[in-house]
Design a protein around this ligand. Structure first.
Ligand SMILES: NC(=O)C1=CN([C@@H]2O[C@H](COP(=O)(O)OP(=O)(O)OC[C@H]3O[C@@H](n4cnc5c(N)ncnc54)[C@H](OP(=O)(O)O)[C@@H]3O)[C@@H](O)[C@H]2O)C=CC1
Ligand SMILES: O=C([O-])CC(=O)C(=O)O
Length: 267
């Protein structure tokens, strides 16, 4: 299958390299999309087999599977042409699905598929299994280094300055739906958890800026009629973007490998 990568930053570049190295059987990197021609040239320079560069419509036309690794606000621009063409869209900016439910309808109408990888989170398998029964509560806490939150629209709008903090500060708490509107680049994990479990209105979230952590730390507590469980992950930052955990790109590679695997483990 031909893969197109939209956005070649921390996640996109890592996945492009794995495809280029032949580490994902059954999938071939066919095209990329970049904001700047220099970036596209830089990425192609790092690949053994350079690929063509397209705009989003071109990726939709030339590829079977398109991996969205873009700044969150561009999500509808890539999702529309891909889903209209009935192709498969792998979504990293998962928070955007909460605001763009119409794109799921578009996929349904045109035979497109939307896949949200586990990304920087764990335990989506157990949560989906619990959701077959009755989940009573899902509560999540995310702690981030201050640098990972700088520039978030909510902080800018409310004039919240975090650079001098010496103690952890709870920046916002509420439902995932409420928080996703204010922190689009910081709640992809929470969005995926909510979509796998109780839904964004009933999944609660606290976001902390913590000067004592150097990694994103996500903890989730689940209560259900089949099981109660607690999950926690400390993601090591990627080299290219300290706000993005290194495991995120690895999760996409694992997802692609699983799509063609004979032996498949986990939900
Ligand atoms: N689901 C999950 O668990 C996780 C999801 N994410 C999300 O995944 C997404 C990607 O993350 P990450 O790779 O770290 O982000 P980066 O900022 O590292 O990369 C984004 C890339 O998109 C490029 N880009 C910007 N505009 C365009 C455009 N118009 N056309 C093509 N490319 C463009 C940027 O180029 P340039 O540098 O030139 O602007 C950059 O190379 C983000 O939304 C992030 O929030 C992140 C971590 C975990
Ligand atoms: O932990 C990460 O790598 C990124 C993150 O918080 C998110 O996108 O929700």
């Amino acid at each position: 299958m031909k893969v197109g990568i939209a956005g070649t930053g921390a996640i996109g570049l890592s996945v492009a390299r794995a495809l280029d190295a032949g580490d994902i059987p059954g999938f071939q990197l066919a095209a990329i999309s970049a904001r700047r021609a220099e970036r596209a040239a830089e990425v192609n320079g790092a690949l053994a087999t350079p690929v063509s560069v397209h705009d989003f419509a071109g990726l939709a036309e030339h590829c079977d599977v398109i991996i969205e690794c873009l700044p969150p606000q561009l999500f509808p621009e890539i999702a529309r042409p891909v889903l209209l063409a009935g192709k498969t869209l792998i979504v990293l900016s998962a928070s955007q699905l909460l605001q763009h439910g119409e794109l799921v309808d578009l996929a349904e109408e045109h035979g497109g598929k939307i896949i949200v990888p586990s990304g920087a989170m764990l335990g989506l398998d157990a949560l989906k299994a619990a959701a077959v029964g009755t989940i009573t509560s899902v509560s999540m806490t995310t702690r981030k280094p201050v640098a990972g939150l700088q520039g978030a629209p909510y902080l800018v709008k409310n004039g919240i300055e975090l650079s001098g903090i010496t103690e952890p500060v709870c920046i916002m708490s509420g439902s995932v739906s409420e928080i996703a509107r204010e922190f689009p680049a910081n709640v992809n994990v929470a969005a995926a958890i909510s979509l796998a479990g109780l839904g964004p209105d009933r999944t609660t979230l606290e976001i902390w800026a913590d000067p004592g952590v150097t990694r994103n730390v996500h903890s989730v507590q689940v209560a259900s009629d089949s099981s109660d469980f607690t999950m926690s992950i400390e993601g090591r930052p990627s080299d290219e973007n300290p706000a993005t955990g290194r495991i995120t790109a690895q999760s996409v590679i694992a997802l692609l490998r699983q799509m063609t695997a004979t032996l498949r483990i986990g939900t």
